[in-house]
Each structure stands twice: as structure tokens, then as C-alpha cells.
Design a binder for this molecule. Structure first.
Ligand code: SF4
Length: 422
């Protein structure tokens, strides 16, 4: 059990100050210059066999009353566990539930998923973001069906060899679907473990990850591993929350280093945020007769496999956009119009007439804060031929194509501008 460390000013300077039960490195001193490995071992000291027994008992009692009821739980189906865990990466449970239900209704088995066209898989993923996840599950489904008749392997090494399955997802499949030993460290448990250990370093950096994975392994019981891991995730999600964790209600309070040191709001140590770069991009819905030009993003590009209207960064031409921005009622500077027409010609070989500015959509991708200027345009002549990565589609057919999130927003604007259809 953790004991509260003495205040810093009460610690004799000749001894290492105990903060979070770890020696603080105040100045060079042989006693405190212990190896990193020894430090890591000390972190686990409060979790000896007797403490772990109490830890698991307390957690089990809490989980019996507070387990979340989620559609992918307690069904022992590796396919559904896998789909849900991939969807949950970078995405909240509340958002995932409806996607998961739609996805598994359309692709109820791994065989159904393997048979599907990639466009349809992406269409069912549309809006969830991080589309490489969808491409990878499709690849993995095909591979497992071809090589193993759709049967999932039951070892971490075999699972992590599959596209898009990392150590966490493998641990989740192993423990939730097969009740086999599989450690987990995801967003909720990363925060929970960091606080339990009072980890005073970035838990996402290489060494922090090493410590947390070793801790996750150390905590695992011999049986009922699935419910044990789920209870840790639920506790992280509902009690040990990012802000103001509810420590008085936490069953692991007696085991928590951060709570003992009153440092719950400082831990986990935040990673340095990347500098945000503002950029301006343009998206043009080019119409010819009743059809619009769509292009598919190639492999290796952001949104690979998804379709979109003709989109490009303005680059140096950003200076042509008035500092007050554009408005649907206002005029677009002539030089900007000619720059956009030129860029569209270079990208597609199509000459256009820019009909009107529709809307500015603001969104962020990684470290970029993007202002996307959306236009409606008419193709004049010499339009490109349709092929696997280029299509001319009616406003109605836009519903059938997997589009980027901003592409979908522009599609809705385009559909609304077609009075005969909607
Ligand atoms: S005691 Fe508080 S900080 Fe520690 S694990 Fe529980 S909720 Fe998190």
C-alpha cells in the first residue's frame, strides 16, 4: 500500500527526496544515481503478491457493480472484439457503438468482410477517421480467410504479424475473446497505470511505454483475464478520468501512487504538443451536365482509398485570400480565381468556370489547422475519362462513394444545390 511521502521541505537534503516513493534526482549523488532498471523495479515494489491479491479483489468487486454494458462484450467472438477494438482507437465509445452496429450488421462475419469491395468497407467507416484502420481490417480479413479459413490465431506473435494489429489489439483479442494472457495498454489504462505508479515521465515515449507494458504484464491474473482487463479499462474510462479523477470512489485508491502524493492532476505527464500550422486548401465540385468529378486518393496519401472532389493546397497563393476570408455573398478576387482555374487544369486537365464560392470548412488534421475553401464550378470541355480512380457521378450517386469528412460536407452542399433532386 502506498504511503503519502513527506513534504519536500521536510526531507533532509543529504537523502534523496521521496516523491511518489521514488528518489528525486536533485544533484549528482551516488545513492540516487541508480540504474534505470533499478528505478523501474522500485516502481513495482508496492505491487507484491499480497498487494496484487487485494488489488484484484477490490477491482473485481467494483466491476461486478459498475461494468459497462457494451455490444462487443462477453460474446467470445474474436471478429467482433477485433472490429470494436480497431474502431475504438482514437475514438470514443459513444461514437463507436452506432458504427459498430452498422458495420457488423452489414459484415456479420469475417467471410462477409473479406468478400466486400474496399469502397463499401470504407463507406461503412466514413466519419470515423484514420482510414488506414479500415483498409487494414479489410486486408487482414482477406488474409485470414485465404490462409486460415477465417480462424483467428491465438498467440500474440501471430496476431501482431497481421496488418493493423498492434500489441494492444492483440492483447484485447487474446484476453477478451479467448481469456488467454494478453496485456493491454490503451488510452484509459495508460492513464490509470501512470497514476498507479506515479510515473514521472512521458508514458507515450519509449521508456514510459516499456514500464507500462511491463506493469500491465505484472498485473495480469492467471484466469478471468478478459474481465480483469475490461475492469481496468472501465475504471480508467469512468473513474480515473483525464480531469478530476474520482479518487474517493476508486477501488484502487489504497494502491495509487499519484493519489498518495496528491498528484492525480499532474500525472500522466503530458507529451509536448506539436506546433499548429494554419494552411488554406481549396476543394472544387466540378460539374458537367448532371455529373460531378470525383477522384480517389492514391496509396500513401492522407485519406488513401477515399474519394473526394478536386482538392489541393493553395500554397503561395494563400496570400490572394483576403484576410477577412471569403463569403458566399461577396466577390472572389480575380487573381485567386485564375490561380484556382490554373491549379485545377494542372491537376485534372480540365478547364473550368468557377461558378461560386460555397463555404469555408475549418478542420484539423494532425498538426495542420485547415481552412478549406469550397467552390462550385462548371467543366468547359476536354473533361478527363472515368477510370478506377476517377469518376463522374450524379448528385444522388455521391451517397454510394466513401468520401473524406469534408468531401461529404461538400457533397451535401452540392446535393442541396440540385433543386430537382432534393
Ligand atoms: S485513486 Fe484516483 S488517480 Fe488513483 S487510480 Fe484511482 S481514480 Fe485514478
Amino acid at each position: 500500500m502506498w504511503t503519502k511521502p513527506p513534504p519536500r521541505d521536510m526531507v533532509r537534503t543529504s537523502e534523496p527526496a521521496l516523491i511518489c516513493n521514488r528518489p528525486a534526482i536533485a544533484r549528482p549523488n551516488v545513492k540516487v544515481m541508480m540504474s534505470r532498471q533499478k528505478n523501474d523495479e522500485r516502481l513495482f515494489e508496492p505491487y507484491d503478491t499480497a498487494a496484487l491479491t487485494k488489488f484484484r479483489r477490490r477491482l473485481k468487486a467494483w466491476y461486478a457493480k459498475r461494468a459497462r454494458d457494451l455490444p462487443w462484450r462477453n460474446i467470445g467472438d474474436p471478429y467482433r472484439v477485433w472490429i470494436s477494438e480497431i474502431m475504438l482507437q482514437q475514438t470514443t465509445v459513444a461514437t463507436v457503438i452506432s458504427y459498430f452496429e452498422r458495420f457488423t450488421k452489414r459484415f456479420p462475419t469475417i467471410h462477409d468482410l473479406a468478400k466486400a469491395e474496399q469502397d463499401e468497407v470504407l463507406r461503412h467507416w466514413e466519419g470515423l477517421g484514420y482510414y488506414s484502420r479500415a483498409r487494414n481490417i479489410h486486408k487482414t480479413a482477406k488474409l485470414l480467410v485465404e490462409q486460415r479459413d477465417g480462424v483467428f490465431p491465438q498467440t500474440t506473435d501471430e496476431l501482431t504479424a497481421l496488418p493493423g494489429i498492434g500489441r494492444y489489439t492483440a492483447g484485447a483479442i487474446m484476453s477478451f475473446a479467448f481469456d488467454r494472457p494478453g496485456a493491454i495498454v490503451e488510452a484509459n489504462t495508460l492513464r490509470l497505470y501512470s497514476r498507479l505508479l506515479c510515473l514521472e515521465e512521458n508514458p507515450r515515449a519509449t521508456h514510459g511505454q516499456k514500464v507500462l507494458w511491463a506493469f500491465a504484464e505484472h498485473l495480469l491474473p492467471r484466469k478471468n483475464i478478459g474481465p480483469f482487463n475490461q475492469s481496468l479499462m472501465d475504471l480508467g474510462a469512468t473513474v480515473c478520468t483525464p480531469n478530476d479523477p474520482n479518487c474517493p470512489e476508486c477501488p484502487l485508491l489504497p494502491h495509487c501512487g499519484a493519489a498518495a502524493a496528491d498528484r492525480q492532476n499532474e500525472i500522466p505527464i503530458a507529451a509536448q504538443k506539436p506546433e499548429i500550422t494554419p494552411v488554406i486548401e481549396v476543394s472544387v465540385a466540378i460539374q458537367q451536365d448532371d455529373r460531378f468529378l470525383l477522384r480517389r486518393y492514391p496509396e500513401g496519401q492522407r485519406w488513401a482509398g477515399l474519394w473526394d472532389f478536386v482538392r489541393f493546397p493553395l500554397g503561395d497563393a494563400e496570400a490572394l485570400v483576403p484576410s477577412s476570408g471569403l463569403s458566399a455573398a461577396g466577390t472572389v478576387p480575380k487573381k485567386l480565381i485564375s490561380n484556382i482555374k490554373q491549379s485545377v487544369h494542372e491537376a485534372t486537365g480540365t478547364d473550368i468556370e468557377l461558378d461560386r464560392f460555397l463555404k469555408e470548412i475549418r478542420h484539423s488534421v494532425t498538426r495542420y489547422r485547415i481552412s478549406l475553401l469550397c467552390f462550385l464550378a462548371s467543366a468547359e470541355h476536354a473533361t478527363p475519362e472515368a477510370n478506377d480512380n476517377l469518376a463522374w457521378v450524379t448528385a444522388e450517386q455521391l451517397d454510394d462513394y466513401p468520401l473524406s469528412t469534408t468531401g461529404r460536407k461538400l457533397a451535401v452542399l452540392v446535393q442541396r444545390s440540385q433543386p430537382t433532386l432534393f
